[in-house]
Structure formats: C-alpha cells, structure tokens
Design a protein around this ligand. Sequence first.
Ligand code: PEP
Ligand code: MN
Length: 338
Amino acid sequence: MVIVMKTGATNEQIETVIKRVAELGMKPHTVKGEEKTIIGCVGNDDILRSHPIEQFEGVESVQTITKPYKFASREFKKEDTIIDVKGIKIGGGNFAVMAGPCSVEGEEMMFSTAKMASEAGARILRGGAFKPRTSPYDFQGLGEEGLRYMQNAARQYNMAVVTEVMDVREIELIDKYADMFQIGARNMQNFSLLKEIGKTQKPILLKRGMSSTIKDLLMAAEYIIAGGNNQVILCERGIRTFETYTRNTIDMNIIPSAKELSHLPIILDPSHGTGKRSLVTPMALSGLVAGADGLMIEVHPQPEVALSDGPQSLRFNEFQELMEKVKKYLEFENKRIG
Ligand code: PEP
Ligand code: MN
C-alpha cells in the first residue's frame, strides 16, 4: 500500500506517519515528489487496513497497489522519474545517448571514441572493463586498467561513465570510476547482485535478460529500489526468439508498455538487439519513435579489429550520421538531449 501525503504536509507529519508504519511492522519507503510525499509500505497490507492511517494529520489517502512491483509501478508514482547522472538527465522528456566500444581495449581508442561521441552529442561514455563473454577463452576485459582509461577519457571530454558490474566483489572498485553501474542481461536476475547494487547511491542501468518478460524486468528493478536505490533506468537490448538472422530480436513493444506500467525511464540498445551494424541506425530511430528515453550504441574506431562485438559496432561516421537524425527527431518531439 502507499500513503499519499497532502501537498504541503509538514516534515513532522511525514515523520509521524513513517514512525507509525514502522511500529505496525511494515517497512516504510519514502519518495518525495515535486508536490507530494508518498510513503510506500512493504509488508502485510491487512495491517494497514485495520489501522486507520488516514486519520493522521497530513495524510491525503491510502491506496492499494495491485502490481507486484510496487515502487517501480506507475500506480505508485504517476510522474515520470528523471534520473540525473552527473547533471545529465534521463526521462520525462530528457533524452540521453550512451556510446562507446563494447570493451575498453586501450587508452587511445577510448580517447578518440570519447572525442568523437561527445562532439556528436553523446554525453555518456560506455565500455566494458569486466566482460560477460560466452566463452572463457574470449577477451575478458582489462579490469581496473580499463576503468582508468575510460574515466580519463570521459573526464577529458566532459562525459559520464557507464560500465558493467558482473559480480558483487567488483562494486567497490567500479564505484571509484563509474558514474552509473550497468547490470547486464545475463545478470538481470542475479538477486544477490541486485540487492547489493541497491545499497549504492549511483544510477543503475538495468538491461533486460534475454529470456525475461517485462514483469521479470520490473521485478528486478523492484529489487534494486527496495534495496534503497530508486535511480533505475531500464534497457531493452533484444530477446532470444526462434529468429537466427539477427543476434537477438528487439521487442519494441516493451518501450511503450514499460511507460504504461512504470514511471522509470527506458532506453534502447539496438547494437546487442540486432548484432548487425547495418540494422543499428534504423532500429535506433524506431526506438525514438516508440518513445525511448535514450540509446546505448556500440561504436568503435576500427570495428574490423574490435576485440568484441565488432560486427555490431558503428564506425565513427555512421554514429555521427545517426546523431544528426536523432537530433532532428528530438526537435520534432520537443524533447531535450540529456
Ligand atoms: C554490454 O552492454 O556490453 C553487454 C554485454 O550487454 P548485454 O548485457 O545486454 O549483453
Ligand atoms: Mn557488446
């Protein structure tokens, strides 16, 4: 259940209600909106039904949330959540582009990519330093060295850093270098990782598991929010279907669906979604039309020699052309870039 406080409810009134909720054995979770404060209550709803919280001063209403993903649901919060990554906004009409190589391969390539991507309008630099590779014999990432290259390149070009955390043991290290943590598709239901990442203070990019439903994705987001971090950005990156021509199948339905069901922003990754360079731009633009709040695009100075995901990485000129189209469309939609 959620308790909606009246516009202008005092801090004291809010604190009194929170205290009462805790006394009743429920876990209160407060979200301060622009106008109203909402207190989500996790636990047995029957307890609240039999104790009239409505009668406390400053309470406007007590509502039942029917969805199992309480805090992630639109029922809980009507307005779009806007996530702030080092001053870059995502959601609620703010569009952000994250670009960079699949893996951080060296310092020079991170600098040249950051320069090109930031000049083209991307404000978040991506790159994996810890890579989830299907084969143990494939390049596994440069680890901390890679994180350092990425952070230096991002600082130089005034960008934020997003990078994947594969394991609970990496959180502390990655926290020193990243502005946003990425949870990869293979880890979307790694519940220990979701719980731990929920204890951090930075935004989380949560990628959809390759055989997960929208409900599974929102439940994964719920784990992070219930853990204490409500800065979650969802990401569609394609799912496994019977189609083999493309690496994955982009489920474009999820973009408007997520907007109906949740207040969280959702972005599209057409690189992993298609696995083919020639399809990245058309699918990226389709994502914009579907209402995505951002894009994650793999780009590489020389995709032919990339250590991972070369076939789906855009060349610099292709990324620049994509960004010109993105900007034109955002103007048409009256949306701002980051
Ligand atoms: C990635 O973004 O580098 C990645 C590995 O993506 P996914 O988890 O979607 O496969
Ligand atoms: Mn990749």
